[in-house]
Design a protein around this ligand. Structure first.
Ligand code: CAA
Length: 255
């Protein structure tokens, strides 16, 4: 059985982590297969939104502790394991994390690297790394703090406490909380809604929202305006605006 399961239900692509015996702990093999699967779907014109999930018991329980226990600092540095995560940041297709069960350490960082999180009411979010004598290394201290603010981020990272879905939603980490059994179906439904909009506009909008975390307001506003002008250059914009005036549904071609 493959360590990553890929399903294509155009316009939605689904990638499921499949290492149940280790609660989807992210070892090299799993990360390699994940990055490859995402790159392939990202390059597929028929796919306009990607759902990334695990199983009902665990989205992912973190980086693989066994693998890290054997590694030296220099091996970690040379293997550039975490550098690999940059490939996820570069995925242009909207990425929805479908989270059920444990979403810890590198698992939580992976969910936060997605564009939005749809979580089952059973999901638990945490960054328990300091309990292992290390710290989050794939964006946890940065993305969690930006998502929930300093007070909650310090609480989660320093105390090791897990957030429930409801608390994570109230704090701004999770976009929607859904019933236990509906975690994947609801995420697919959200992905279908995202996939029904103009694909070029979605990519530009994603890029623009992400820019909000990296720039002062004025720079961000400037950037947004330029991407809007770029959107106007697409055939999709012409189609979307004309379809509205003609009272019909737009047919976006992604051009
Ligand atoms: N790495 C490797 N194996 C893991 C793992 C991990 N992160 N998390 C769970 N597993 C394995 C367990 O070792 C166990 O394997 P065996 O059956 O062979 O013993 C199997 O998955 C099932 O786990 P448990 O028996 O522990 O299940 P549980 O229901 O009793 O507990 C849990 C679940 C609370 C999630 C517990 O497994 C746990 O605490 N896991 C570790 C969570 C953690 O600390 N994550 C952070 C990792 S560090 C990191 O991610 C660094 C970074 O920022 C990049």
């Amino acid at each position: 059985m493959s360590i990553v399961l890929v399903e294509r239900e155009p316009p939605v692509g689904i990638v499921l982590l499949n290492r149940p015996e280790a609660l989807n702990a992210l070892n090299d093999e799993l990360m390699g297969a994940l990055v490859e699967a995402l790159a392939e779907l990202d390059g597929d014109e028929a796919i306009r939104c990607i759902v990334l999930g695990g199983s009902e018991r665990a989205f992912a329980a973190g980086a693989d502790i066994g693998q890290m226990a054997e590694a030296t600092a220099m091996e970690m540095y040379e293997a550039r394991r975490i550098d690999r995560w940059d490939a996820i940041r570069k995925v242009r297709t909207p990425l929805v994390a479908a989270v059920s069960g444990f979403c810890l350490g590198g698992g939580c960082e992976l969910a936060m690297a997605c564009d939005l999180i749809v979580a089952s009411e059973t999901a638990q979010f945490g960054q328990p790394e300091t309990g292992l004598g290390i710290i989050p290394g794939a964006g946890g201290t940065q993305r969690l703090t930006r998502a929930v603010g300093k007070a909650k981020a310090m609480d989660v990272i320093l105390s090791g406490r897990f957030l429930t879905s409801d608390e994570a939603e109230r704090a701004g980490l999770v976009a929607r909380v859904v019933a236990r059994e509906a975690w994947l179906e609801e995420a697919k439904r959200v992905a279908s809604a995202i996939a029904s909009k103009g694909p070029i506009a979605q990519r530009l909008a994603k890029e623009s929202v992400n820019r909000a975390f990296e720039s002062p307001l004025e720079t961000g506003l400037d950037y947004e305006r330029k991407l809007l002008y770029l959107a106007f250059a697409s055939e999709d914009a012409h189609e979307g605006l004309t379809a509205f005036t003609e009272k019909r549904k737009p047919e976006f071609e992604g051009r």
